[in-house]
Design a protein around this ligand. Structure first.
Ligand SMILES: [Zn+2]
Length: 91
């Protein structure tokens, strides 16, 4: 194989790598869009119904409701969120 053939293979490899990254990126965007949609839906419910119910629902769905990290996905219980729910719920 001549130098040209080698260049072609390298070029092909980087195109494939770019395609792979593009797909990964598109998937990540789709995930974010889904998440965003869910959040917007929740915010809408928040405007319509009881704010406290909407917030505790949001927390149950796995999102932060504490001011620091509001709307970010939550992997475990967050003390700030729980504290927030606790105080709001007592009113
Ligand atoms: Zn939190």
């Amino acid at each position: 194989m001549g130098a040209l053939g080698k260049d072609f293979i390298e070029w092909q490899t980087s195109v494939m790598e770019l395609e792979r990254r593009g797909e990964e990126f598109a998937r990540r965007i789709a995930d974010l869009e889904k998440e965003n949609e869910l959040l917007q839906q929740r915010l809408l419910e928040n405007e319509q119904g009881s704010g406290f119910d909407a917030l505790s629902g949001l927390y149950d769905d796995g999102f932060h409701i504490c001011p620091d990290q509001f709307g970010k996905p939550r992997e475990e219980d967050c003390l700030f969120c729980l504290n927030f729910l606790h105080h709001k719920g007592r009113k």
